[in-house]
Design a protein around this ligand. Structure first.
Ligand SMILES: O=C(O)CCC(=O)C(=O)O
Ligand SMILES: [Fe+2]
Length: 722
């Protein structure tokens, strides 16, 4: 609150005649409080909130006291100002702290009031001698403040504070201009009589009652406007302290349930939560709790839950005591939502009916997707990994400059051209509604067209053959050879059947399983930082459980983020052995062979804690031109990944801000014919982890209806993978 800080300094100025050390002490305290607020005020810290209330109310009270001061002056002037300043400050701090809602209203009114006072000073004739000059000076401040309050209400406090800063500085200069700079500075520094007289000459030339009345009216109008905008946008006002922060979480969850009502797609839901929380400045811990709670809820509601799965409560049972609260909140909101489920369902059916004849259906737009990515919060939240340490944290390896420029550059040019000519924006039907992705994608394959047709979520996808580009063809051969070699070196055996050795490592070369063949490749195009892929795990239909996926990046360097689905508690001693001892998550370096038992005897020892992430940390890694990222099992089962929106990232001379990505997967015919569900759509393959005493490693898979898992959507098809 630099404005309060500035007015506080003015108050100090009024305290002429008191001891020099008092002025310096008060000034220093104000500077420290101001700095504290600038640094922590945005986090909704109670202390910052309290200090904000203190500053705002005390400086307002001081101003009012000053304005109504009789010409003869108060007796015990300094003591009176001190008392007014501190008593009103304490009260203001408490009001802001306990009633942040009222605090917000008051703060906005206060800013308006300050502006009102400044406007009324227009005719004093200081820095600008003409009224026009002063108006021209003030107009940009006023207009900017108004625009910010209307279009970016959640930033209004920050913006107003930012605006007040130069404003108050200008006010100070103006004061000196009116009273005489040298005289004013000398008076302030030495607290001399002439200084006091000089500042006393800085007077409003309207009657005092008029000034006070105008200021209050202006303040109330500005505050009311602010309040209305905030309520319209957020329902409960922008974050101000924990109470409003929690309200924001509630709102976020409510929005998320709306998104769920439409799609029940966990990656979209998780995305909505992320967007909501980062947009509202929520902290990472809250985000995790909410997401875990939602994850759990979604897992609980579908068909598999009726079949006795999955492990209810595990994912929300994280390390934080708040987890329960997050879950409660989610449950409460979900029951609130299912209350009017019938009505919503009817509405949806009506909407679908009206959409049937229309060729151009309305895409589902996530209302939260518009929220800006909070880069600062993101940096705080995500732990940056490099090619050197990525394998220590997640089941991935990264190879920089893996594809030589002689292949990577022409491949990038080919993809740029091909994308322009034939790639399509991801669109798929969820719950009979057409949903568009943010970017274009395509599919390439080495499989003969007759042998392969890929369909997901009701839409057939056409694919081109690798041979359509010699560079693509070469890349695919290089990848096959390299990934197969890395699997052997890491002693990771390719999944051959679900019931095979739980450790999936091997010691004997003959036991290595088949070669990896990335015969199916998905291309993604991200033209700028707004084009993204939300948090998801790759679909297992067609590629089967525990896939190995190799991803090539070309063009601009974007951030790839990885987050574990389960929280620490579901990774404790009840965690299946294979999960704890997964070779890549637990080994120490990307190049050493894993230091693990390589036979298939289940290991009963408690895992060393270094193998376990303490929380569901989000990791990020930069994927530059020509890099190869290999995602090993159980990446798709236990982690989600995304390419988030970004504003600052290195472009590439050949493609500017555009990035192209090729993810090679191994198509497995035995997983290509999923059962049809009652909705007439192919089901999708999902993993589930259930831990029981009898069955400590029940990693199982089931086919489920893709249309949704809620009561009123899809058919709830559920069938174990045999
Ligand atoms: O662009 C990327 O790096 C990720 C693409 C991706 O996750 C996918 O296609 O499934
Ligand atoms: Fe993916």
């Amino acid at each position: 609150d630099p404005a309060g800080f500035g007015v506080g300094l003015e108050t100090v100025l009024i305290l002429h005649g008191t001891e020099n050390w008092q002025t310096i002490l008060l000034g220093s305290v104000l500077v420290l409080i101001g700095l504290f607020l600038v640094v922590f005020g945005g986090n909704g810290s109670y202390l910052a909130l309290y200090a904000n209330g203190f500053m705002s109310v005390s400086s307002l009270a001081s101003l009012l006291t000053w304005n109504v001061e009789p010409a003869s002056g108060y007796t015990q002037r300094a003591a009176l100002y001190m008392a007014v300043y501190f008593i009103s400050g304490f009260v203001g701090g408490l009001v802001f702290g306990f009633l942040p809602f009222l605090g917000h209203l008051f703060a906005c009114a206060y800013y308006g009031l300050i502006l009102g006072i400044e406007l009324l000073c227009l005719s004093s004739g200081g820095l600008f001698t003409s009224i026009l000059g002063r108006q021209l000076f003030l107009v940009p401040f006023t207009i900017t403040a108004l625009l910010v309050s209307v279009y970016h209400p959640k930033h209004v406090l920050g913006a107003m504070a930012g605006l007040s800063c130069p404003f108050v500085v200008a006010l100070g200069i103006d004061l000196w201009a009116q009273t005489g700079l040298v005289e004013g500075v000398a008076g302030f520094m030495t607290l001399s009589e002439s200084g006091a007289e000089a500042s006393a000459r800085y007077v409003f030339d309207q009657p005092k009652q008029f000034i006070v009345a105008c200021s209050l009216v202006f303040g109330v109008v500005a505050g009311g406007l602010q309040y209305r905008v905030a309520v319209t946008r957020f329902g409960k006002g922008p974050q101000l302290g924990l109470e409003a922060g929690n309200a924001a979480v509630d709102d976020a969850i409510a929005h998320v349930f709306d998104v769920m009502g439409e799609t029940l797609d966990i990656s979209q839901v998780a995305n909505a939560v992320d967007a909501a929380l980062s947009g509202l400045g929520g902290d990472a811990a809250v985000a995790r709790v909410v997401e875990a709670a939602l994850d759990d809820l979604i897992r609980r509601s579908p068909g598999p839950a009726q079949a006795g799965l999955p492990n209810v409560g595990a994912s929300a049972d994280g390390p934080s005591a708040d987890a329960g609260t997050g879950l409660d909140r989610a449950v409460r909101l979900s029951s609130k939502n299912t209350g009017d489920a019938e009505e919503r369902s009817a509405k949806r059916i009506r909407a679908n009916e009206s959409a049937i004849d229309t060729t151009h259906r309305q895409p589902v737009v996530n209302p939260l997707a518009k929220l800006k990515w909070n880069n600062a919060a993101d940096r705080e939240k995500a732990k940056l990994l490099t090619h050197e340490n990525i394998a220590d944290h997640v089941p991935c390896e990264l190879f920089l400059n893996w594809l030589p420029p002689t292949v990577a550059d022409p491949l990038l040019l080919f993809l740029t051209k091909d994308a322009k000519e034939s790639w399509t924006t991801n669109k798929y039907y969820i719950n009979e509604r057409l949903v568009y992705g943010s970017h274009k994608s395509t599919m390439y394959t080495s499989l003969p067209a007759s042998q392969f047709s890929y369909s997901f979520m009701g839409s057939e996808t056409k694919s081109k053959e690798y041979t359509c580009s010699s560079h693509l063809h070469e890349t695919s051969s290089r990848i096959n050879e390299f990934v197969t070699r890395r699997l052997r070196e890491n002693r990771v055996r390719l999944h051959t059947s679900v019931s095979s050795d739980p450790l999936r490592t091997f010691s004997n070369k003959d036991d290595a399983g088949p070669d990896w063949d990335g015969n199916l490749c998905i291309g993604n195009e991200y033209l700028d930082g707004k084009q993204i892929t939300g948090f998801h795990s790759d679909h297992l239909g067609y590629i089967g459980p525990r896939p190995v996926i190799a991803s090539i990046s070309l063009g601009a360097t974007r951030t790839f983020r990885i987050r574990r689905i389960a929280t620490a508690n579901s990774l404790n001693s009840e965690t299946p052995v294979w999960q704890r001892l997964d070779p890549l998550t637990s080994k120490k370096s990307a190049t050493d062979p894993p230091n693990l038992p390589t036979n298939s005897t289940p290991c009963n020892e408690k895992p060393s804690s270094q193998f376990l992430p303490s929380t569901a940390t989000t990791y990020s890694v930069k994927l530059p031109h020509g890099s190869l990222l290999i995602m090993y099992p159980p990446m798709q089962e236990l982690y989600k990944h995304e390419v988030p929106p970004e504003s600052n990232f290195p472009g590439h001379p050949l493609s500017s801000l555009a990035r192209y990505n090729l993810t090679f997967r191994m198509h497995r015919p035995e997983f290509s014919n999923p059962p049809l569900c009652k909705c007439g759509v192919r089901t999708d393959l999902k993993p589930v982890f259930k831990q029981t005493a009898e069955d400590p490693q029940s990693e199982r898979y089931y086919w489920a209806c893709v249309k949704g898992r809620g009561r009123e959507m899809g058919c709830g098809h559920f069938e174990w993978l045999r």
